[in-house]
Design a protein around this ligand. Structure first.
Ligand code: SAM
Length: 454
């Protein structure tokens, strides 16, 4: 069998795509290998969201150049968002790259690699393609948790973002196709699925008949074997009361929402073309907190967007303090080719971005730590997924709100089960707990009825 080495950068959707590529190439007799030195084909699945992500790919390509020199038959390919954004420029800068293809061409990966192996050089395929659901997976991939892409593309056109360029227009996979995939995953032992879409809460508008994410969640809830359902990423603009109620009412949907705010300044939100104001965002947060008590919230924030003043930044800090996120991802604004914000005149100096980044991280770390304290002493349901990284004798798993919990498993084979754990210590990056008996009180909290405990 020929050998394939895959290097994946970026978001969960890329992880999902890489798995499909490995699955498709397995049909053409390629098996995965861990070391680039052993590979016949090396594919880099790339991210273009920030310049830094692209730099990493070019430096990895530089590292592979020597290998290609000693083994000219080695096929090096670049796929994913950067391929779509940079197109021919990748092969200009790294002429030893044989193949460049975007995500719409994933279904054709076997044919593209075969063309290169037949001697064609500098193969490029960044054309839009029909929406196809690829469910091929490499062997041995049977896991407790899986990503499931439910829609591709984005039509929000935020002025900072390349996604509409790299992933095209919004297209949803029909519910029957999604459910089929999830049934297959459950049959292979999967207990938790994360439904993926760039604006996942816009799911289904393009289907005939249309439906919404809440309806899809209800259908996924019916799949036997699945215990937990997550979904990401939601956009505040499309967040409906119906979806908020679904988080409360659909039992397997966890009490957790990632809701990128991007900025706490209305002026910035308008320039970003986000389609909501700070007041509207905070109203949504209030509705989430009152409908789903104890919901955990996380967010994305960009600092140093063009024109951001100290006062705008102070507004962002204010929103972070008010929402008290469980987790926040802070990004320094990165100029992306082809996006409107890249051409805005009032770009913020790097040093200011770095300062605001550090200042905001200090706030988000403090608020997140304070939020974690509410878990101390509670009994929470933990889906056990392996051994603790620090101490392999201990069991490790995640709460419904995705916090890592390590605990003494007393030698029991717990992997794959959901067990009640009392939280004894709240640490900066994880929780420690003790396995409890499933008495009635614990069970109520564990089922999320009385507690939605995390
Ligand atoms: N589609 C989602 C949305 O609009 O909320 C998020 C997708 S993006 C992969 C993840 C995060 O990267 C965004 O929420 C944003 O905070 C950040 N991001 C996107 N473009 C950026 C840029 N040009 N510079 C810095 N951060 C950026």
């Amino acid at each position: 069998m020929a050998k394939l080495h895959l290097i994946t950068y970026g978001c969960q959707m890329n992880e999902y795509d890489s798995e499909r590529v490995a699955g498709l190439l397995k049909r053409d007799q390629y098996e995965l290998c861990d070391r680039p030195e052993d590979a016949d084909v090396i594919l880099l699945n790339t991210c273009a969201i920030r310049e830094k992500a692209e730099d990493k790919v070019f430096s990895q390509l530089g590292a592979l150049k020597g290998l290609k020199k000693t083994r000219p038959d080695l096929v090096i390919g670049v796929m994913g968002c950067m391929a779509q954004l940079q197109q021919g420029r990748i092969q200009e800068r790294a002429p030893y790259v044989d193949l460049v293809f975007g995500s719409p061409a994933i279904a054709r990966v076997g044919e593209l690699v075969a063309r290169v192996r037949r001697g064609e050089r500098q193969v490029l395929d960044t054309a839009e393609g029909a929406l196809v659901k690829i469910i091929a997976k490499p062997e041995g991939v049977s896991r407790l948790k899986a990503f499931v892409t439910v829609m591709e593309g984005c039509e929000k056109h935020c002025t900072f973002c390349v996604v509409p360029v790299t992933r095209g227009r919004e297209r949803s996979h029909p519910p029957a196709v999604v459910i089929d995939e999830i049934r297959g995953l459950a049959a292979a032992g999967c207990r938790e699925v994360t439904l993926l879409g760039q604006t996942v809460n816009a799911y289904g508008r393009d289907l005939d008949p249309p439906l919404d994410l809440a309806a899809l969640l209800e259908q996924v809830n019916e799949v036997d074997g699945i215990d937990r359902i997550r979904f990401t990423t939601s956009n505040p603009y499309n967040l409906t009361s119906r979806l908020i109620r679904a988080i409360r009412d659909v039992p397997k949907v966890v009490e957790y929402l990632h809701l990128p705010v991007q900025s706490g300044s209305d002026r910035m939100l308008e320039r970003m073309h986000r389609g909501y104001t700070t007041q509207r965002y905070l109203e949504l947060i209030d509705e989430l907190k009152s409908t789903v008590p104890d919901i955990a919230l996380s967010t994305d924030i960009i600092v140093g967007f063009p024109g951001e003043t100290d006062a705008d930044f102070a507004d962002t800090v204010d929103v972070v303090e008010r929402v008290a996120y469980d987790n926040a991802f802070v990004f320094r604004y990165s100029r992306r080719p082809g996006t409107p914000a890249a051409d805005m005149a009032d770009q913020v100096p790097d040093a200011v971005k770095a300062e605001r980044n550090a200042a905001l991280l200090a706030v988000t770390t403090r608020t997140a730590a304070a939020r974690s304290q509410r878990l101390a002493g509670r009994v929470v349901p933990v889906l056990v997924d392996g051994a603790s990284r620090k101490d392999p004798r201990e069991a490790s798993g995640r709460t419904r709100c995705n916090r890592v919990v390590n605990f003494e498993g007393h030698g029991r084979a717990l992997i794959g089960s959901v067990v009640p754990v009392r939280i004894t210590d709240v640490l900066p990056h994880s929780l420690r707990g003790a396995l409890t008996e499933t008495d009635d009180a614990a069970r109520v909290e564990c089922d999320g009825v009385a507690g939605a405990a995390e």
